[in-house]
Design a protein around this ligand. Structure first.
Ligand SMILES: [Zn+2]
Length: 735
């Protein structure tokens, strides 16, 4: 039944505002909401493109409350439906779910309530809508309008195609004549938008498109290199803030969540393979701020709306710009800061391509096209926001100044000649070829394709050989698209054609600045070299000598040889990682709990002062602790020594020779664990000798065994004796 046309606009507006406040508690509409709602109420078809978080669902929920009858809401995600229905229920609105999760009797009840007109909104999954029984009872009901949520699922060019969505139009036609439709999506390229309208037979729809520009989000792409270290550093710089880390696989999710946990970051995993209760608990912990970071597959975040997510990291490259946009869109919903970081490597893209290799041809080609766009985005050094918005059919006239490419511009060059050539190549090949082919023509390559079309005879053929390689031309052509000299052919994927602006450029060439693409492989190499240099330079010499001096003073006070406190390698490491707490100090090799407690305080105090005085960004937070188990040998050896087992037996039990066992024991001891070997020494070294060796180490300037052997004389002492007593000495004095 067509809706009565509402003419008293002012009255309607007042009524809508009243309902908005009364039911949903909002004082005003946001963006295009009010215009959309009024359009729905006139009975016209409506098409809404609105980014996630902009208040999309209100566009059909509110009109459903002011018109007679039941509004049908088609939504692909059962979990999401339930969520919305619960929310509406809490507002006192009669909304129901109708899908496969209901029992037979529940279905009957819902049917009865809809037919009697009690239900304002009925959420239906497209699969259920297909059933005869559903159509039959809906035909007996008074349907006010149909809302199709996530309408991009209709288009096979979208990133989330669902075949059953393509049948929706036919079903609506069965429900009754002239039922108005409102289609909504949070993501649609111009091509997908056209496809949706065609499929739903709503070319006449009023289109309401909200800008996709999320001005508070900062976009950044980094090479996937030393990623774990970068990630930990990134999160520690945002201490206590909420963030989401997206990974592609469940395995990766688990691995990264564990990595973050051992690095003292409150992180939890979330993926479909987890027990449902664990998933719910982890999601709640994130919402209730019991954990700061959720590491998840893209399944996470669908139903939740946490306004203060401060950063979103893509640990792996996403499958499409749509996905990337949606996931980054979960950051900064409250309008405050939202940092979006993607780690990119072309290897990831190749991996993703493999995933779709068994899919039908169209689907595979489309997946590849989406990935190509992702690669273009990541590798381009043009303003990220311009690229993103252009992808969704919006043009930003100037660079945003708030993305990595704007903040750290890459090399630029005068592009007048290159743009002129690229545009002429598109015209001369008659707009029937993709970017790769056009690039090949410009570079003067030969292949059967080029020959069969006679493109080697075109005036532009080989004219661009001197200017650059395939990547260069690909980049130039993409920047022609961004500058509106070229446009994508909406009907044929991958093809481009010239615009009026492009023709004008050919006729009146002018100066234009282009940007060179990122070359992440080269950038990575440069990074590694820089690190090597830093590594060779090693520790901070000034701090190292200060720490040595401090060690000398403290040792003197305590009447101990300096090396007993900390050995040189430990001091060097301190002068590299700048530990400023006792806890951090225990991460330095050769420093265990005991040693840190016993000697650490003056050292961390000195380091802290040094760091503050010199404005040093401490590197400790980027020391990546891996989640490896402690050596099984280590625990076994400590336990056996506690039980006073003979060392020979311990060695035999672990399949070690005595030298190997001794090394393990020394390692344990030097890491700060106190070992009592008296029971063994009693049998092996007589008491006078023990005392002599002990005194020697107490007064020596080093604990080097070779030096000790030389000083004490090989006639009276064996290396084994010295090493055993040294373990006793270090255990008692240093640990
Ligand atoms: Zn920018």
């Amino acid at each position: 039944m067509p809706l009565p046309v509402l003419e008293a606009t002012a009255e309607v507006a007042a009524d809508l505002k009243h309902k908005l406040k009364e039911v949903f508690g909002y004082g005003q509409f946001r963006g295009t909401q009010e215009a959309v709602i009024k359009n729905v109420l006139t009975g016209h078809n409506t098409f809404v493109i609105m980014p996630t978080g902009a208040g999309k669902s209100l566009c059909y929920q509110l009109p459903a409350l002011v018109v007679p009858g039941t509004a049908i809401v088609i939504s692909p995600l059962i979990a999401l439906m339930k969520n919305q229905v619960d929310q509406l229920g809490a507002f006192g609105v009669n909304a129901q779910v109708y899908n496969s999760t209901l029992t037979k009797s529940e279905m009957k009840r819902v049917q009865r309530d809809v037919v009697s007109g009690e239900v304002r909104l009925l959420y239906v999954a497209p699969e259920s809508l297909n059933k005869d029984e559903t159509i039959e009872f809906l035909q007996r009901s008074n349907i006010s309008f149909v809302a199709i949520d996530e309408a991009h699922c209709i288009s096979e060019w979208g990133h989330d195609f669902r075949p059953e969505y393509r049948r929706i139009r036919g079903i609506i036609d069965h429900l009754g004549p002239n039922i108005p439709i409102i289609a909504l999506t949070a993501t649609a390229t111009p091509k997908v938008q056209l496809d949706i309208q065609k499929n739903l037979h709503m070319d006449d729809a009023s289109v309401f498109k909200t800008s996709f520009n999320r001005t508070n989000l900062y976009y950044e792409v980094r090479a996937k290199h030393n990623t774990k270290k970068q990630l930990i550093q990134y999160i520690k710089q945002r201490k206590g803030k909420a963030g989401i880390i997206y990974c592609l696989s469940r395995k990766k999710v688990e691995e990264i969540a564990e990595l973050l946990r051992v690095n003292d970051i409150r992180a939890r995993p979330y993926h479909a393979g987890l027990d449902q209760q664990v998933r719910i608990d982890n999601q709640d912990a994130f919402l209730n701020e019991d954990c700061d970071v959720i590491v998840a597959t893209i399944a996470f975040g669908m139903g939740i709306d946490k306004p203060d997510v401060r950063f979103v990291v893509h640990y792996d490259a996403p499958k499409s710009i749509e996905g990337y946009y949606q996931e980054t869109g979960r950051g900064g919903r409250d309008g405050l800061e939202g940092d979006c970081l993607m780690f990119y490597s072309y290897d990831d893209i190749l991996k993703l391509e493999k995933f779709s290799k068994d899919k039908p041809v169209t689907e595979r080609d489309n997946a590849r096209q989406l990935l190509q766009e992702m690669t273009n985005y990541a590798e381009s050094a043009v303003c990220r926001r311009r690229q993103l918005l252009h992808y969704f059919g919006e043009n930003l006239d100037t660079d945003c100044g708030f993305c990595d490419n704007c903040r750290h511009p890459k090399e630029r060059f005068e592009g007048e000649e290159a743009v002129g050539l690229a545009l002429r190549a598109v015209v001369q090949t008659e707009a029937r070829f993709n970017l790769d082919h056009i690039g090949q023509v410009l570079m003067g390559l030969t292949n059967p394709h080029i020959e069969s079309y006679g493109h080697n005879g075109l005036p532009v053929y080989a004219q661009g050989k001197e200017l650059g390689d395939a990547q260069f031309w690909h980049s130039v052509l993409r920047q022609c698209l961004l500058n509106d000299f070229l446009e994508k052919d909406i009907d044929s994927i991958g093809l481009v054609r010239i615009t009026d602006r492009g023709i004008d450029f050919i006729e009146n060439p002018r100066s234009i600045t282009l940007t060179k693409d990122h070359n992440f492989e080269e950038e990575q190499k440069a990074d590694e070299e820089k690190e090597e240099v830093q590594h060779a330079a090693g520790h901070d010499e000034v701090l190292f000598s200060q720490l040595k001096e401090l060690r000398r003073q403290v040792a003197k006070q305590k009447n101990l040889p300096p090396y007993v406190l900390f050995q040189d390698p430990s001091l060097k490491e301190m002068a590299t990682t700048y530990p400023t707490t006792l806890h951090d100090l225990t991460h330095v090799s050769g420093v265990g709990q005991g040693k840190a407690q016993k000697f650490g305080a003056p050292f961390v105090a000195a380091i802290k002062k040094y760091v503050e005085d010199n404005d040093i960004v401490t590197a400790e937070d980027v020391v990546v602790k891996s989640a490896v188990n402690r050596s099984k040998n280590k625990i076994f050896i400590i336990q056996q020594i506690d039980k006073k087992m003979m060392l020979e037996d311990i060695a035999q039990a672990r399949g070690l020779d005595m030298r190997e066992l001794m090394e393990e024991i020394e390692h344990i001891c030097y890491s700060g664990t106190r070992l009592n070997l008296d029971y063994y020494l009693e049998d092996m070294v007589d008491e006078d000798k023990q005392e002599e060796i002990y005194d020697y180490f107490m007064n020596a300037s080093t604990d080097n065994i070779a030096v000790a052997l030389k000083d004490l004389g090989t006639d009276d002492f064996t290396e084994e004796e010295l090493r055993l007593v040294r373990i006793k000495f270090i255990s008692e004095v240093a640990n």
